[in-house]
Ligand binder design. Structure first.
Ligand code: SAM
Length: 289
């Protein structure tokens, strides 16, 4: 049975993707944003926040694997991980796949996102919600980093919405300054920086801000089918230099040790080793950093 209702993404006023809806699962206006979850014919279940595609069951592995495994393996001994946003639980699941991680704290502002994903997209997080090494807090990421102790995390992963609405505070000097303060000596932070072919400002501006507080600022890429417009960029900011340039063999050895080798469908040691090589149209947005 086909329906004739389409959901059109409203991220760009003059261009976008659309999904034929098989079944609408939930639609609500939370304290923070408009939330829609639906079953599609093409990409499984999909979550939309304020008209912007956040996650689909069919391609979430691309973004979540690159947002998680690259920083954790580059660090090499990440025990304490802070996750900001990521209400679908997919990043929490992948962080907890690393046997070296002792504690993962996830801070998501919107409890409705967590509840609806647990109800309608449960496979994305699996049993991560009840893992004793995980802690889930409903709260604003900026408040959490303001209060956290100096040097209390090894890696911070920011899987937020774009810098509009509730997500805007996560792209500010105050956020990056506190992030640098609460990271350990060779700590690092990664954050979603948009699709530069359409959102170059996002990468450029966040790189200039991050460069004020971190020794090394760059970005890496992943091709996420439903983040339309070509490569998605993930911002990289580290307190120590040299964590980006690891050979594939070293990355493979670390992945073996922490137990994620064979669990991935996009990330591989070779993809990891090459993802920092940026096309000039993307690299030029880091020049001012
Ligand atoms: N991968 C998606 C992307 O790149 O557009 C993001 C997915 S994830 C679901 C985004 C989450 O960030 C949402 O659940 C949203 O509620 C959360 N979020 C936005 N602003 C936040 C804040 N200030 N503190 C904590 N979580 C926040």
């Amino acid at each position: 049975m086909t329906t004739d209702s389409w959901i059109n993404e409203s991220l760009y006023p003059d261009w976008g993707q659309r999904f034929l809806v098989k079944r609408e699962l939930a639609r609500t206006q939370s304290e923070f944003q408009d939330i829609v979850l639906f079953e599609s014919f093409s990409h499984g279940r999909v979550m939309v926040l304020d008209g912007v595609i956040q996650i689909t069951e069919r391609d979430e592995f691309v973004y979540q694997e690159m947002l998680t495994h690259v920083p954790l393996l580059a660090h090499g001994d990440a025990k304490r991980v802070l996750i900001i946003g990521a209400g679908d639980g997919g990043v929490l699941k992948r962080v907890l796949q690393h046997s070296t991680v002792e504690k993962a704290v996830m801070v998501e502002i919107d409890g409705e996102v967590i509840r609806l994903c647990q109800e309608h997209m449960a496979d994305i997080a699996g049993d991560a919600w009840t893992n004793p090494r995980g802690e889930v807090i409903v709260g604003d990421g900026i408040d959490y980093v303001r209060r956290a102790a100096d040097g209390s995390f090894d890696v911070i992963i920011v899987d937020s919405t774009d810098p509009i609405g509730v997500g805007e505070v996560l792209f500010t000097d105050e956020f990056y300054q506190n992030a640098a303060r609460i990271l350990s000596a060779n700590g690092l932070i990664v954050n979603q920086c948009g699709v530069p072919f359409m959102q170059a400002d996002e990468l450029r501006e966040t790189s200039i801000r991050r460069a004020k507080f971190f020794a090394e600022v760059s970005a890496y890429v992943a091709a996420v089918p439903t983040y339309v417009g070509g490569f998605m960029t993930l911002g990289w900011s580290s307190k120590a230099a040299g964590l980006r340039a690891l050979p594939a063999a070293e990355i493979r050895a670390r992945a073996e040790k922490t137990g994620i080798l064979g669990l991935t469908r996009y990330w591989s040691p070779e993809i990891h080793a090459s993802c920092f090589h940026l096309p000039p149209y993307i690299a030029e947005n880091l020049d001012q950093a």
